[in-house]
Each structure stands twice: as C-alpha cells, then as structure tokens.
Design a protein around this ligand. Sequence first.
Ligand code: X2X
Length: 345
Amino acid sequence: MTMNRRTLIRCAALLAPATLGIPRFAHAQGAYRAEYKMSTVVPPAFAWGKGGEIFGNLVRERTAGRINIKQYPGASLVQGQQDREFSAMRQGIIDVLCGAPINWSGTVRELGVFTLPFLFPDHKAWDAVTGNAAFMDEYFALVRKAGAEPLAVGETGYRQISNSKRPIVKPEDLKGIKVRVVGSPMYGDIMGSMGANPTFMSWADAQPALASGAVDAQENPLEVFLAAKIHTLGQKYVTKWNYSNDILLFAIAAPIWQSWTAADQKTVREAAQDAAKQQVALVRKLFAEDVQRVSALGVAVHQPSPAETNAWQIATRRTYAQWKAQIHPGLITKAEEIVAKSRKA
Ligand code: X2X
C-alpha cells in the first residue's frame, strides 16, 4: 500500500516536475535549471525593465514553469557594473540578456551599430532598419558569433541630454559642461567633440554624482528621466535632440540555449518577440507624452528645429565617421541605405 503510494508520487513527479517544484529530470538535451538569471540595468518601473519582466512572465506561463527566468535589475549580477554584462554572460554568470549593446561596447563593439549619433532621424527610420530581415540576419549572426542566441529586439529609446546649468540649444552650449556618459567610448567622443567634459560612470554611480553636483549633465531616454525622477537631482534643462536610439536585445547565453529542447526554444523565441513588441509600444507611448510630463515638473524642455538638429549632426560628423569605421562599416552603410530609403517612402 505504502509502496504503491510512493510509486504513484514518483510517477506524478516525472509527469510534471516543474509545476510540483520537485527536482527536474534530465531532458533530451540536458538538465534544466531551477532558475535562469536575467540581467537588466533598470527595474520594471522603467519600460526597459518592464520588457524583461514581460519576457520572463511569458516564458514561465508558456512553458508551464519549466523555464523560470528570474530578473536581476540594477545589473546586480555584476554589482551594478553594466559594462560587464556581456562578459559575465560568457562566463556563465548571466543566462539571459535584456539589455542595450551600448553597455557592451568594451566587449563586443560590433554590436553597437544602432548607437551612432543621429543615425535614425525618427522612429520610421528605426523601424525600417530593425524590421529589415536581411539586415537583422546579419546583425544576429554577430550576436551568435559573440556567444549568445539573439531572439528579438526592443527599443532602449531616444537618448536626450539634461543638465543643471543652462539651456542647450547649439553645440557651443555644451562647452565646459561635465556630463556623465555610459561606459561607451563613443559617447565620450561625441561629448568631447562638442567641448563638454565627459565622465564614464555606471547608472548606479550616475545618480549620486548628479545629486552632489560632481557632474552637471547626463543623457538618457526621457522615460528613464521620469521613472528615476532625475529632475530631483538638479537637472533643470532638457534638450530632446533624439541623438541615439539603441536596441534592447533579448538573447540567451549559447550553452543555455543549447540545453533546451527545440519546442522550448521556439516558445522562448516567440515569447521574446511578443515581449519586445509590447516593450516597443510602451516606449513609444512614453515618448509621445514625455515633453508634456517633463515640462510639468518645471523642467525647461527644448525641442530643436530641423536647422538646430542639422547643426548637431555637423558637430558629430567626424565622431560618427571614426566610430562607424571601428564598429562595423559594412553593416552601418547598409543601415544608412535603409534609412535613406525610408525617407523617400
Ligand atoms: O546607464 C544608463 O544610462 C542606461 C540605463 O541608459 C544604460 O544602461 C545605457
């Protein structure tokens, strides 16, 4: 009797190991782990972190808990050092990436093709490139070569500059401004070429540095400005110059990807695509209302005229050319062609 019951329990465990929370058994392609670690720089209160949360939830639901992706915001798996995310993924510390290649430029520079200044004049141009299958196949091949399986791309959001000193309308206005930039040397060069003093800093360090006045300025999508309440850190002036809009890459460390069955791989890929779609919709909604919301906080928002945007573009032209050459000239030329076509369409 007792034996029978025990056997029964064992059978039940075999049939539904994940849902019962009982140690899993080896699947065809290897054992599944109890948890897969996903790094995001910001938490779900931000559209970016929300994208990660949606992805994790969809995967959990659609695999009946077999694949449990746990989100670690604040890049906490790498002690807040977001520029270490990609190498930590390669070392097996991070299993799932939901991040901006901006942060990985020290490890995989070639993934930074979307970050060049003023490459995408508007969302239509951004959509044309990220929706171009041939282009994305080539980009995804770079991700694969770097050690991760790419699943989908969301949108980090157009990055806008804010500062505590004065309205920034033309390149000269940046002279002498101490600006915090992410750990991408290209952003340092962009700021430096306009006479600003760039300082590289993690997101965790940026907020205290703004609060203490160690730096005068920062650049981030306005949804980040709003969610992090950057206006409370003395940032009184914003220029919505739309200078750089990175993707948000959803990807899985290659050894983890290979440990899943083909059916689960398909489910996870579709979940990432659905999450990315929702994340982009959220970023766009927030983008559409950000000027009004930031202005309502008493922050002066400047929206450049086409002539002013042109002046920014001229000021960053040399940096653009230098970094195009270093990142991936072939692929960036293709992006430029797709953008040019989207202008005429
Ligand atoms: O650190 C930043 O500025 C952030 C949150 O935008 C990135 O991770 C690139």
